[in-house]
Design a protein around this ligand. Structure first.
Ligand code: 0T9
Length: 387
């Protein structure tokens, strides 16, 4: 492990051993300090919208085929932020903070050049296993993304394999699209510098079209990291005579149309779309955030991790975990259950099942967290007034 600080080599190798002999919920394993991230998983849904212009542009497409391409372009643009941004920011993939049940994250992207304000709301809807539900909405443009995600992890030939559970539903006006999530392989563990490679296939299904996105990594002899190939085709019996498009390239850099009417044209280039971090509502230290808002909840743990004060980090982490355990005990004793604040859990999602059948997606059924449409006031006030 070249990237592992000398003093942490022993704890890194015992951590790797515990991963290897363990499958299920990795979030509960204790990892050495150098690999800890100061950010909770409840902040991750923001990655869906760090190219806010592309999210809003979905609403401007003139016909169903153009819309399918605009959705694919936005989706591809999120992958770099979702899966490589920790490497850019912190040098490698890091272990995120394991969210508490009921943990919240509220943020927005302000209106710019008429694209409309975009709001983000996240709630941790399960602790064990960790499940995160989110909604991202541009009300002016009529574009909304509602989804939830969880992970199932296993270990195979030196890598962590992460199967993502959950899906997202994108609504554009009255049209609904189901989005499935890629499988991850976490490589580079041996050297102490983990990074994510995407594998397998994901789908975006709706509006008369189906986009099939296949992910490939470096492989043994040929091929580059972060490669994908996407096909956009009319759904059987729905798209009339429209032509198929194929797009190929690197999801963290550039891709081109390789088949169809736009063959040879650039499809997406990360360099030409600007990245914008979400503006987080309220201050974590000035008291305007609630106790369950992620930055306030984890404030001292994050400070400890950032400043190398691991004693502070671990003391505060234990305090939060003990408080959570006590809450669960009190609920059990009182015969009550924690109530979700913004979502209603459903055992199935008819839209996912109906559209998923067209792509034969597995699993064929999944639960759903419906948004209760109760945005906090800080997000519904006009932009610019929120602080
Ligand atoms: C949803 C995303 C997800 C969450 C993270 C697997 C992972 C937790 C889940 C899937 C987002 O939309 C996209 C990106 C990265 C995913 C994380 C990468 C990662 O390593 C962690 C897991 C739980 C670990 O922390 C493994 C141990 C660690 C030492 C490796 C760095």
């Amino acid at each position: 492990g070249e990237a592992v600080p000398a003093a942490q080599r022993g704890s890194w190798s015992s951590f790797l051993k515990s991963i290897a002999s363990f499958s299920g919920d990795l979030s509960s394993l204790t990892a050495p300090p150098f690999i800890l991230s100061p950010t909770s998983l409840t902040e991750f849904p923001a990655y869906w919208c760090e190219r806010p212009d592309l999210f809003s542009a979905i609403a401007d497409a003139k016909d169903p085929q153009a819309r399918a391409l605009a959705i694919l372009r936005w989706f591809i643009s999120t992958l770099k932020d979702q899966y490589t941004s920790r490497n850019e920011l912190m040098g490698s993939e890091k272990k995120p903070l394991n969210p508490a049940l009921g943990e919240l994250f509220y943020a927005h992207w302000p209106d710019r050049n008429g694209r409309g304000q975009i709001n983000l709301l996240v709630e941790q809807v399960s602790h064990h296993p960790p499940v995160t539900a989110y909604v991202i909405e541009n009300k002016v443009k009529g574009v909304q993304l509602v989804g939830h995600n969880a992970q199932k992890t296993s270990f195979s030939s030196g890598s962590i394999i992460v199967k993502q559970i959950g899906h997202a539903v994108l609504t554009v006006g009255k049209e609904e699209y189901v989005i499935t999530l890629p499988k991850l392989r976490i490589d580079g563990l041996w050297y102490g510098s983990p990074y994510v490679e995407l594998t397998d296939t994901t789908y975006i299904i709706g509006g008369g079209f189906i986009s099939t996105i296949e992910y490939k990594g470096k492989g043994y002899f040929t091929g580059k990291s972060h490669t994908f190939k996407a096909t956009v085709a009319p759904l059987p019996g729905m798209g009339g005579s429209s032509q198929e498009h194929v797009v190929e390239g690197l999801w963290h850099e550039k891709s081109k149309f390789t088949k169809g009417p736009f063959q040879g044209d650039v499809f997406h280039d990360v360099e030409t779309t600007s990245k914008e971090n979400a503006t987080v509502i309220g201050g974590e230290v000035d008291g305007s955030q609630g106790a369950f808002e992620t930055r306030k909840l984890w404030n001292l743990v994050a400070k400890g991790i950032r400043e190398g004060d691991y004693e502070l980090a671990s003391r505060e982490k234990s305090r939060i975990e003990n408080e959570q355990r006590q809450r669960r005990k009190d609920e059990a004793a009182a015969g009550t259950k924690w109530e979700l604040k913004h979502f209603k859990h459903e055992d199935s999602d008819p839209l996912y099942e109906r559209l998923g059948r067209l792509a034969k997606i597995t699993p064929s059924e999944e639960d759903f967290y419906g948004f209760l449409v109760n945005w906090p006031e800080a997000l519904t006030k006009p932009a610019g007034n929120d602080k």
